[in-house]
Ligand binder design. Structure first.
Ligand code: NAP
Ligand code: G4F
Length: 320
């Protein structure tokens, strides 16, 4: 089997690549040209995969990489994925996260309609939640330009499924984290902050809204669900979540306690990290994925926080 992954240099791209290699896949990854190469997350597997240059902004480059790699499956993970940036760069976010999806689907339509397609949709689409817990049938109410663009990506995926009979699936994934998470996302910001404080490199961690609640899972568990979705007889939409919700404050308490630190001595609230419109509460119901895909997460909240805190303490310790 051959797979093409957009966003291969990202958190999910790196875990999915490892998983597909373990299943015997030939893996091709889309990377965009940059003046300096930073493939940190896939450095350890770079010699086992083929990297091809393309950009979600460039239709012809996407057609070329699909022609060249001849994939059985395409995983569209590339995106501008940081929600706050979607307010400062709303047009670019729309180009990547909304129209970019159409460009990948057009490449499939033009090159080979038998290619199976996975779209990285998001629980951010639920935004100001209309029901709890959120399922595949919950109405969408996005609260950021990022969320709005992801709604477009979700619906264009369904539209190509219905218009052209393409095997196009949409995975509505709730927040998933890992030691490879970008440093600006709240979980990694906290675990990196804890490690820095523990090692005496810092004495403060400035955060925004501590009351927001998220359904946090482990990225390594979630990429398996992506693959399972493409192994089914028919394309569909699936919510992937743990079913547990915790506040940012609870994440902070757990992370600091793992390092034997009192969080109240170090954490401050900084209005710079508040958002123009917030998603206050998310919790997913992934019964459909459990029943049809047989998917279950292995990591729970405490296991995830521990994994991330320990990894950051080790990483910073090694760098010293
Ligand atoms: P990430 O770590 O930010 O990775 C994003 C990837 O997209 C990077 O490889 C990046 O490449 C690539 N990319 C960005 N713009 C591109 C463009 N114009 N052309 C080609 N590649 C481009 O994100 P992630 O956490 O792995 O998330 C993967 C996907 O799942 C994203 O679509 C995200 O929106 C979605 N999602 C994530 C979560 C979550 O909790 N992690 C939840 C739901 C949905 P560079 O290395 O060149 O920047
Ligand atoms: O970690 P976050 O930045 O993730 P957010 O906005 O939930 O988005 C992530 O999950 C989505 C799935 O629901 C993905 F689609 C998306 O690509 C991304 O991966 O923020 C989580 C919460 C927010 O409510 C935010 O207001 O944490 C709150 N928060 C509080 N202090 C903070 C901070 N967020 C960040 N990034 N930095 C802070 O200092």
């Amino acid at each position: 089997m051959r797979a093409l992954i957009t966003g291969i240099t990202g958190q999910d791209g790196s875990y999915l690549t490892e998983f597909l290699l373990s299943k015997g896949y030939e893996v091709f990854g889309v990377v965009r040209r940059a003046s300096t190469e930073s493939f940190e997350r896939i450095d350890h597997i770079k010699d086992k995969i083929t990297l091809l240059q393309a950009d979600l902004l460039d239709q012809l480059s996407l057609i070329s990489v699909v022609e060249e790699s001849k994939p059985d499956e395409i995983y569209n993970l590339a995106a501008q994925s940081f929600v706050p940036t979607s307010w400062t760069q709303p047009v670019l976010t729309g180009e990547f996260n909304a129209l970019g999806v159409t460009k990948v689907l057009e490449a499939i339509r033009l090159v080979n309609r038998k290619i199976k397609f996975y779209q990285a949709s998001s629980s951010e689409m639920f935004g100001k939640v209309r029901e709890t817990p959120q399922t595949e049938a919950t109405p969408l109410y996005p609260r950021s330009p990022y969320g709005v663009a992801k709604v477009y990506g979700h619906w264009i995926t369904i539209n190509y499924r219905e218009s052209y009979d393409i095997f196009a699936t949409s995975g509505i994934l709730f927040n998933h984290e890992s030691p490879r998470r970008g440093l600006e996302f709240v979980t990694r910001k906290i675990t990196n902050g804890v490690a820095r404080i523990k090692l005496g490199l810092d004495d403060n961690l400035a955060l925004g809204n501590l009351d927001a609640k998220r359904d946090w899972g482990y990225a390594g568990d979630y990429v398996k669900a992506m693959w399972l979705m493409l192994q089914q007889d028919k394309p569909d939409d699936f919510v992937i979540s743990t079913g547990e919700t915790h506040s940012v404050k609870e994440f902070v308490e757990e992370a600091f306690s793992i390092a034997d630190l009192d969080w109240k001595k170090y954490v401050t609230k900084d209005p710079r990290f508040m958002r123009p419109a917030e998603v206050d509460f998310l919790v997913g119901d992934s019964s459909k994925a459990k029943k049809i895909l047989g998917w279950e997460p292995e990591y729970d909240f405490k296991g995830l926080v521990k994994l991330m805190v320990e990894a950051d303490i080790k990483l910073l310790g090694e760098k010293r």
